[in-house]
Design a protein around this ligand. Structure first.
Ligand code: ADP
Ligand code: NA
Length: 345
C-alpha cells in the first residue's frame, strides 16, 4: 500500500546578514565590514529546505515575511517547498545580523519581525500526516499546530525541535502528550529535564543491557527526560559525538529479550571527507532528514516502528549532517538525497 505523506511546518523565515569584520565591534566603536552577504535562514525555512532536499514530496511552510523577503520565498519555492501559505505583510522580514571574524568568532542580533505577526492559517489541511515545529514563532501558534487534527480519523505525527529553548512557563503550557518526536541537542535535553522534573530529586538510572551507554554522559539526561515525557520518542544530537535516541514507540520483534524499548540507540557521526568547516545548520539538516525518513516509512505503509527502521533513518541523518558541516553556510550546505545516498554505498 502506498500512502502519500504531507508535512506542514509552521515556522520562522529569516534573512541572515553576514558582516565580515576583523574584530567584533565594541561598545561605542564604529567599524567597517569587509564584505556583506545575505542568505535565507530561520529554523522553519532551514528545516523545510532540508526536508525537500531529503526527498520528501509535499512540504508546506506556513509563515510570514515582509516585502523585503520576496526573494526568500522564491528561493524556498525553487528548493521544492510549497510556499502557498507564506503571507507577505507590511512588516520587515525576521533578521539575523551576524558579525563574523576570520577566526570564526561571531556575534548575532536577532529581530523577530514578521515571524511574530498573526497568521490567518490556524488549522492544518486535510491529508497532513506530519507536523514539524520549532520555537521561533509565537508559542500559541506552535501549540495550535501541535494540537491540530487534520482528519476526523487520525492525529498527525508531530515533531518538535525546541530551539531556542522554551521558558519554564511555556514548558508548563506545552501539550507534551501530543508530541510524537522531540529532537534536542544535549544542552536542550538538560534544560528541558530540569524544568520538567521541577524539584524532584534526580531519577535513578537503571543498568542498560551491555551497559556501554552508561559511559555516554548524555545517556542519564536523556533517560531522565524520557521518564518525564514517557510516550514521546526523543532524539538527542551530540554534536561531534553523534546521536542518541530513546524510542518508546518501538514495536519490538522476536528478539525482544535482547533489546528493550528502554534501550537507547546510539550512532557515531559520519566519517568526514574534508573536516569540519561550519556547523551552522547541521541540526536543521539532521531534523529535515529525520522527518523525511518518517514520511518515507509512512508512505511504505509501515505502522509498527522497528529498531532497524529507526537505525537506518538515523544513519542517513548523520551522513547528511556530516556533509552539511563540511560546507560553509546553513541552507545551501544541506546535501541532496542522492548526494547522501551516494556516500552511503
Ligand atoms: P545543534 O546544531 O542543533 O546543536 P548538533 O551540534 O548536535 O546540533 O549537531 C547535529 C548533528 O550534526 C550531529 O548529531 C552530527 O550528526 C552532526 N555534526 C555536528 N557537529 C559535527 C562534527 N563536528 N562532525 C561531524 N558531524 C557533526
Ligand atoms: Na554548514
Amino acid at each position: 500500500m502506498t500512502m502519500h505523506s504531507r508535512c506542514v511546518i509552521r515556522g520562522s523565515i529569516n534573512i541572515d546578514e553576514f558582516f565580515h569584520v576583523k574584530k567584533i565591534v565594541r561598545p561605542g566603536e564604529t567599524i567597517s565590514s569587509l564584505e556583506l552577504s545575505r542568505q535565507a535562514g530561520g529554523k522553519g525555512a532551514n528545516q523545510a529546505v532540508a526536508l525537500a532536499k531529503a526527498g520528501a514530496n509535499i512540504v508546506s511552510l506556513v509563515g510570514s515575511v515582509g516585502e523585503d523577503g520576496r526573494w526568500v520565498v522564491e528561493y524556498l519555492k525553487d528548493s521544492g517547498v510549497d510556499v502557498a501559505d507564506i503571507q507577505i505583510i507590511p512588516e520587515p522580514t525576521g533578521r539575523a545580523v551576524i558579525q563574523l571574524t576570520d577566526d570564526g568568532e561571531n556575534s548575532i542580533i536577532l529581530f523577530k519581525g514578521a515571524n511574530y505577526a498573526s497568521h490567518p492559517k490556524k488549522s492544518i489541511s486535510s491529508g497532513v500526516t506530519h507536523v514539524l515545529l520549532q520555537n521561533e514563532i509565537p508559542i500559541e501558534d506552535t501549540l495550535t499546530y501541535l494540537n491540530a487534527q487534520a482528519d476526523a480519523s487520525a492525529f498527525p505525527i508531530t515533531i518538535f525541535n525546541p530551539s531556542p529553548m522554551l521558558s519554564d512557563a511555556e514548558i508548563e503550557l506545552f501539550t507534551w502528550n501530543k508530541l510524537s518526536w522531540l529532537i534536542v541537542n544535549e544542552g536542550e535535553a538538560f534544560d528541558l529535564y530540569k524544568s520538567l522534573s521541577g524539584d524532584t530529586p534526580d531519577i535513578p538510572i537503571p543498568d542498560v543491557n551491555g551497559s556501554s551507554f552508561v559511559n555516554i554522559p548524555a545517556y542519564s539526561t536523556l533517560f531522565r527526560l524520557s521518564s518525564c515525557i514517557p510516550k514521546t520518542n526523543i532524539v538527542c544530537t551530540l554534536g561531534a559525538a553523534g546521536v542518541l535516541a530513546l524510542v518508546p514507540s518501538l514495536q519490538e520483534t522476536a528478539d525482544a529479550s535482547t533489546a528493550l524499548n528502554s534501550d537507547p540507540i546510539f550512532l557515531p557521526v559520519a566519517k568526514l571527507q574534508n573536516g569540519v568547516i561550519d556547523t551552522t545548520g547541521a541540526g536543521d539538516c539532521f531534523t529535515g532528514y529525520l522527518v523525511a525518513g518518517l514520511m518515507k516509512l509512512h508512505d511504505e505503509g509501515v505502522k509498527a516502528l522497528r529498531r532497524e527502521d529507526v537505525m537506518s533513518i538515523l544513519k542517513r541523518c548523520v551522513q547528511a549532517a556530516g556533509m552539511c558541516v563540511e560546507k560553509r553556510g546553513a541552507m545551501e550546505s544541506i546535501p541532496l538525497a542522492r548526494e547522501v545516498d551516494a556516500m552511503m554505498h
